[in-house]
Design a protein around this ligand. Structure first.
Ligand code: SF4
Length: 341
């Protein structure tokens, strides 16, 4: 069975299709407009140890497990409320492990954030948590589900149960449908770890259509800033020879559970600290000396001092256009298949 034609997703990637490329081509070190995306890590603890996740590759052991305090979360929300970014609650762990998750989402909604996005592995969606999710006024909910049957899923998502997570997702979808809710917008997101093609995933994900799933997307994995280069866990991309600055530096901030601000959601360990959300405002970090120094180094294509960036597949490309812009970034909207638009 072939998947339906891909189309741009509706609410999710508007934040990705932004002006970062123009700002890079204009060589801006200071970015007047606010960050389009915040990645906020409630915890780096996870109940899975996925084969393609740096968090399962000794990262958490180095950092220790942390849970973001409610005070810090409120500070981040209060500052973000003035520019209403795409507010992604996800980075290095499973957010449903945080005991105050739903209170935090409700706080964000009360403060006026209009695009709160929760990403979960779906393992903890009991009936109670499904109800709390639906009651929280969450905008977007993505299930990470990297497989299309028990074998592929349980290879990738070590510690997970295909049957349990499938049932949990259906439970949430059916409860939402029974209540007649339009929110949260729901998506299943999968990595095709061994490049098997979308059709196998499509055949399974189509089975969620009648439950009301809004869309699904399948992508090939990256190598997480070089961490999985040369491993045989999955097929990781080879870096290309053409460098283009990292668009995340002109687009987003990521806040780790301990308050360390890092430039991207690939920096699980806080190797590239650019600020401290306890002591600085997000906007001070956004045009602060450390992020501006990173932008300058990327514009000069001299990133050796930033170890993660030097190996990262986000900056090394195979093909670029006449402006030097990688084809993959010219239209960064992620392909999705809409089941219930
Ligand atoms: S290039 Fe650097 S800042 Fe950009 S995603 Fe990779 S590691 Fe993160």
């Amino acid at each position: 069975m072939s998947p339906p034609p891909a189309a741009p997703s509706s609410p999710l990637p508007a934040a990705y299709a932004d002006d970062a490329i123009s700002l890079i081509l204009e060589r801006r070190l200071t970015v007047e407009r606010r960050p389009k995306i915040l990645w906020v890590e409630l915890t780096n603890k996870c109940n899975y140890a996925c084969v393609m996740c740096p968090n399962a590759a000794d990262v958490t052991q180095k950092r220790g497990f942390t849970f973001m305090s409610r005070d810090l979360f409120r500070k981040v929300v209060d500052e973000a409320a003035s520019f209403d970014p795409f507010f992604a609650i996800f980075l290095g762990g499973e957010s449903m492990l945080h005991p105050h998750l739903f209170e935090m989402i409700r706080y964000g909604k009360e403060r006026g954030l209009s695009k709160i996005h929760l990403v979960t592995n779906g393992s903890m969606l009991t009936e109670k948590r499904c109800a709390e999710t639906l009651d929280s006024n969450l905008d977007l909910l993505t299930f990470s589900f990297d497989g299309y049957d028990r074998k592929t899923f349980e290879y990738a998502r070590i510690g997970g149960s295909f049957d349990e997570v499938t049932a949990n997702i259906r439970r949430l979808l059916r409860m939402k449908k029974a209540r007649g809710l339009s929110k949260p917008y729901t998506k299943i997101y999968a990595l095709d770890l061994h490049h098997e093609g979308d059709a196998k995933f499509a055949a399974f994900f189509e089975s969620f259509r009648d439950d009301g799933l809004n869309e699904y997307g399948v992508e090939k994995p990256g190598h997480w800033a070089g961490r999985f280069l040369g491993t045989d866990r999955f097929i990781a991309p080879e870096n290309g020879p053409r460098f283009f600055p990292c668009h995340y530096l002109w687009k987003s901030l990521s806040i780790l559970a301990d308050g360390t601000v890092v430039p991207c959601c690939a920096d699980f360990e806080g190797q590239l600290p650019i600020g401290d959300a306890h002591a600085e405002t997000l906007l001070e970090v956004w045009n602060g000396p450390r992020l501006k120094a990173m932008r300058e180094s990327h514009l000069a294509a001299r990133v050796d001092r930033y170890g993660l960036c030097a190996k990262c597949d986000v900056v090394w490309h195979h093909a670029v256009d006449e402006r030097g812009v990688p084809a993959a970034l010219a239209d960064p909207r992620r392909p999705v298949v809409k089941l219930n638009p």
